[in-house]
Design a binder for this molecule. Structure first.
Ligand SMILES: [Mn+2]
Length: 459
């Protein structure tokens, strides 16, 4: 008995080694995905789950469906995952589109169905998509529940109009089934990150910090916002990020007060603040970091005042972060700080200028889905803390955003190494200047007056 088990283990080990020799990173990803399917099926004990890997229509490039990817570690276009709970153990089947050698000349090789792929993916079976209707007819109860990654509720009509294919197929396959959203159950699992996932987010954060640091020499009067964007995204891609996790925001002057400004085409002038809200995506995971810099290299007294209120609000919010707490109390701490300090030109409190939430979950999506907004924080969750004040009448916008891991006894700021204090920011901006102003770097000198003040101040 023991020796038989031992030989099984050896065989399994050998197979594992074989697959690992192909790519250790892939094999780790697939072990993660396997553990997630087990966790999912422990919760989804009724009905069947069907996840389509649908193309993201709004994007030119191919981005897999995040829920599909979460449970498979695979991004094959057009693939479908079928999960069926059962008394003798769950059954998991991945269906892959039939290969098309002619098409592959254009778009590259695709995975083939069969045992070899099943072994590589750590999946019970991998069949051809043609076999899905029969498999469903045989295995799924005809009037049962089907949890699918198709929007329900208010978004359904628009989504079905845009991309009717999965609905049409699902109704043909299971005309009497009740179609439900797999989203909440998957969000519940996705909210808590594994060590492996936290490692990926840490890397995304590191790359994003490098982007922010590289932004500084490109900030200055006369320079364009897009130069800053390019300096940041150059660092992202050169350090192995897949892409920006969302359109980079570089908003100076009046644009600093526009939350989702992404045109990035304004010429910066002395006296502006510039809000830089960017994030790299690394191995599917996102970072999301915002800093606000003075274009001249120095904050004006008013800018400094507002900046320090936002910074204090961020500190107050951070102090709330620990297991058991909800976003409501985190937000309240930030709002109270902003509302109790400073005034606008009419002498009113500043709370009215803090017009967004204090944070969100971070993961495979920048705004990672939540199963329930009132679910308290737990160790292993990763969130952002990002208060801001935006006063359009004063051409003034300040946001400070960091990425934060919830730990057993509190929190850890993953982006601690990116400076956020006024003094540090002014010093870094001074250091990023090239006083010689050579032809290539001529644009770097912020302005002479500011330079002189800094020299006097620095001595
Ligand atoms: Mn954010």
């Amino acid at each position: 008995m023991r020796s038989k088990l031992f030989s099984h283990l050896c065989l399994a080990g050998a197979l594992l080694l074989l697959s690992e020799s192909a790519s250790p990173a892939d094999s780790q990803l697939r072990q993660e995905a396997r553990a997630r399917r087990i966790a999912y099926l422990q919760r989804a004990t009724e009905g069947v789950t069907l996840l389509f890997n649908r193309r993201h229509r709004e994007l030119n490039e191919y981005v897999p469906d995040k829920n599909f990817y979460y449970l498979t570690g695979c991004s094959e276009p057009g693939a479908v995952l079928l999960l069926i709970p059962g008394k003798e153990g769950p059954r998991e089947t991945l269906f892959l589109a039939r290969r098309d050698p002619k098409q592959e000349r254009w778009t590259g090789p695709r995975m083939a169905s069969g045992r070899e792929t099943a072994r590589r993916l750590g999946m019970q079976e991998v069949l051809s998509l043609d076999e899905l209707p029969d498999a469903l007819a045989q295995r799924a109860p005809p009037k049962g529940k089907v949890y699918a990654n198709l929007p329900t509720g208010p978004h359904r009509e628009a989504a079905e109009k845009c991309c009717p294919e999965p609905w049409v197929r699902l109704r043909r396959w299971l005309p009497h089934a009740e179609i439900l959203d797999s989203g909440p159950e998957l969000a519940f699992l996705r909210m808590k990150k594994s060590e492996w996932e936290i490692g990926k987010i840490r890397r995304a954060v590191e790359i994003t910090i490098a982007g922010h640091r590289n932004a500084l020499p490109a900030i200055g009067p006369g320079r364009f916002e897009y130069e800053v964007e390019a300096a940041i995204e150059y660092q992202f891609r050169s350090r192995g990020a897949t892409r920006p996790a969302f359109p980079s925001i570089v908003g100076s002057g009046p644009n600093a007060a526009v939350l989702h400004y992404a045109e990035n085409n304004r010429r910066m002038t002395s006296g502006d603040l510039v809000v830089i809200d960017v994030g790299a995506e690394f191995d599917g995971y996102s970072a999301d970091l915002t800093r606000t810099y003075p274009v001249s290299g120095r904050f004006t007294p008013r800018q400094k005042e507002i900046y320090n209120i936002v910074l204090a609000a961020q500190q107050a919010a951070l102090q709330q972060v620990r297991p058991g707490v909800t976003f409501d109390s985190i937000h309240q701490a930030a709002v109270e700080t902003i509302d109790s300090r400073g005034r606008d030109r009419q002498g009113r409190r500043l709370g009215r200028y803090f017009i967004h939430g204090t944070g969100h979950h971070l993961g495979l999506d920048v705004h990672d889905p939540v199963s329930d907004r009132s679910r308290p924080l737990e160790p292993g969750m990763v969130i952002t803390i990002e208060p801001g004040i935006y006063i359009p009448e004063e051409n003034l916008g300040v946001r400070i955003e960091d990425d934060v891991l919830v730990t057993r006894d509190g929190y850890r700021v993953l982006s601690l190494e990116l400076p956020r204090e006024v003094d540090e920011i002014e010093r870094l901006m001074r250091e990023s200047l090239d006083p010689a102003g050579s032809p290539e770097t001529g644009g770097r000198a912020r302005d002479e007056a500011a330079m002189k003040t800094q020299e006097v101040g620095g001595s």
